[in-house]
Design a binder for this molecule. Structure first.
Ligand code: AMP
Ligand code: MG
Length: 399
C-alpha cells in the first residue's frame, strides 16, 4: 500500500490533454479558454463622454470664456459633430463620441442653459469626464489569458471583443458506474437488505458542476456482466469513475477484471481514511483513466474531490487550489493513515475556521450534508493544536 502523497502525485502525473473545441459564447460559461484573447480594437474605441452635459475646448476657458453657443446635441450611437469652434459647444450624452476639437466635458449639474447658451457655474479641468480612446487597452493587447476559467466577467469581455464563438478546452467523456447487488433505484422501495444508489447521483451532480454530463451505468456483482460492460466503456470513454467492488470482499471483482481488460494498475490501496481501497489505473492502448473508488459513499465523495477534481483541473490547465483553514479544536492523529475529516467552515476575522463534523464513523452518509469539505491531517506524534493551519478540500462552493 502506498502513502497518500505518492498516490496523489501519481494521479496528477496521469493528467491528460483532451484537445480543444469551439463553443458558442452563450455556452462558454464554466469552460476553460484555450486561446489568449486580444483586443480587436481600442478600448474604448473613441473618446467617450462619461457624463451627460456639454463638450468644449478648454482653451476657451483659458481665454476667459464661460458661455458657449450650443451647436448640436450628440447622442450615444451617433456620429459626432465636426469642426467645433472655440466659442461653441455641443450637448453630449454619456457614451457619445466627443468631437475631435473638444477636450473637456462639463456635466449638466455644473452648467445653466438659457436661450441656447450654456454657462459654466463651476471650476473645470481640462480633460475631465472623457474616457480616452485606447486608455483601457490598445488594439492587439492581451485582454484574457488562455487557461482562464470563463465566468460571467469573461463572457462580458469576450462579447466586447466580438467572440461569438470561443475556443475552449475539451472536457473528457466520463462514465460513472456504480456496482453492487444491494443497490436499487432512488424511486424504488428498498427491501430490508437493499439500499438506494447514492454514489452515482452524487458523482453525476458533482460532474454537472464541471459542465460534464456523464454516462451513467450500474453493474451487478457478476463477473461476465462487469467484463462485458467495462470493456465497452473503456473503448468509448476517456475516464471511468467506478464506485464499489474494489475491496477484499468475495464479490469485489473490479481490480481483476480491469487487469484482464488491459488496464494497467498504477496503485491499489492508499494509506488514507476514508477511501483506503482506492484503485487507480490507465488502459494501455486507449489511455482511458480509471478511478475505481471504494463504494462507501463518504469514500467515493472524498476521493472524487481529493483526486479526481484536481486531476481534472490539471488536465484542463487550471491551477490546483491550495486552501488552508485554522482548526477550532485540537486533534490527535496517530498511526500510518492520512486522515480526511469532515468539517464545517466559518469566517472569523477574515480567516477560515474549521470545526469537525460529528459523524457515526466513515459510513455516515448524512454527515456529508453537514460538512463543507474535508481537512487533510497527516499522522504525527504530537497532536494538532487549536488554530493550527491545515489543508482543506472544499466539497461545496463557499463564497
Ligand atoms: P463496496 O466498496 O462495494 O464493498 O461497498 C462498500 C459499501 O458502500 C457497502 O455498504 C455498499 O453497500 C455501499 N455502496 C456501494 N456502492 C454504493 C452506491 N452506489 N451508493 C450507495 N452506497 C453504495
Ligand atoms: Mg460492493
Amino acid at each position: 500500500m502506498i502513502s497518500f502523497a505518492d498516490a496523489y502525485n501519481l494521479v496528477l502525473e496521469h493528467s491528460q490533454n483532451y484537445g480543444t473545441e469551439t463553443v458558442s459564447l452563450k455556452k462558454a460559461i464554466g469552460r476553460v479558454l484555450a486561446d489568449d484573447i486580444f483586443a480587436d480594437r481600442d478600448f474604448p474605441p473613441y473618446d467617450r463622454a462619461t457624463k451627460d452635459g456639454i463638450a468644449i475646448n478648454y482653451n476657451a476657458i483659458e481665454n476667459g470664456r464661460i458661455a458657449f453657443n450650443i451647436k448640436a446635441i450628440v447622442a450615444a450611437g451617433q456620429r459626432t459633430y465636426k469642426f467645433l469652434e472655440e466659442d461653441h459647444c455641443v450637448e453630449i450624452m454619456t457614451g457619445a463620441v466627443v468631437p475631435f476639437e473638444a477636450d473637456t466635458v462639463v456635466m449638466y449639474e455644473d452648467i445653466t442653459i438659457e436661450h441656447g447658451i450654456a454657462n459654466l457655474n463651476k471650476k473645470t479641468q481640462r480633460g475631465q469626464n472623457i474616457h480616452y480612446k485606447g486608455s483601457d487597452k490598445k488594439k492587439g493587447e492581451l485582454v484574457i489569458n488562455k487557461d482562464t476559467k470563463i465566468t460571467a466577467a469573461e463572457i462580458g469581455v469576450l462579447a466586447s471583443v466580438g467572440k461569438s464563438v470561443v475556443k475552449v478546452k475539451k472536457l473528457p467523456g466520463i462514465a460513472v458506474i456504480s456496482t453492487g447487488n444491494e443497490l436499487v433505484e432512488v424511486e424504488d422501495h428498498p427491501l430490508p437488505h437493499q439500499i438506494r444508489k447514492s454514489n452515482s447521483y452524487a458523482l453525476f451532480a458533482a460532474l454537472d458542476e464541471e459542465h460534464i454530463v456523464p454516462l451513467l451505468l450500474h453493474l451487478s456483482d457478476d463477473k461476465d456482466m462487469i467484463r462485458q460492460k467495462l470493456s465497452y466503456v473503456i473503448q468509448e470513454m476517456d475516464v471511468v469513475l467506478l464506485s464499489g467492488g474494489v475491496s477484499k470482499g468475495k464479490f469485489d471483482f473490479i481490480p481483476k477484471i480491469l487487469d484482464e481488460l488491459g488496464v494497467e494498475k498504477v496503485f491499489h490501496g492508499v494509506l488514507q481514511r476514508p477511501g483506503k481501497p482506492f484503485w487507480f489505473g490507465v488502459h494501455r492502448n486507449t489511455k482511458t483513466v480509471i478511478f475505481s473508488f471504494p463504494g462507501n459513499p463518504i469514500s467515493t465523495f472524498a476521493n472524487y474531490h481529493i483526486y479526481f477534481k484536481h486531476w481534472l483541473q490539471k488536465s484542463l490547465g487550471l491551477p490546483i487550489p491550495n486552501v488552508v483553514v485554522f482548526l477550532e479544536e485540537g486533534i490527535s492523529i496517530k498511526g500510518s493513515m492520512t486522515r480526511f475529516l469532515g468539517v464545517k467552515i466559518r469566517w472569523v476575522n477574515g480567516l477560515l475556521k474549521a470545526k469537525l463534523v460529528k459523524d457515526n464513523g466513515s459510513g455516515d452518509l448524512t454527515s456529508l450534508s453537514r460538512s463543507d469539505g474535508f481537512i487533510k491531517l497527516t499522522p504525527r506524534d504530537v497532536p494538532y493544536t487549536i488554530d493550527e493551519k491545515v489543508t482543506f478540500i472544499s466539497t461545496r462552493t463557499l463564497f
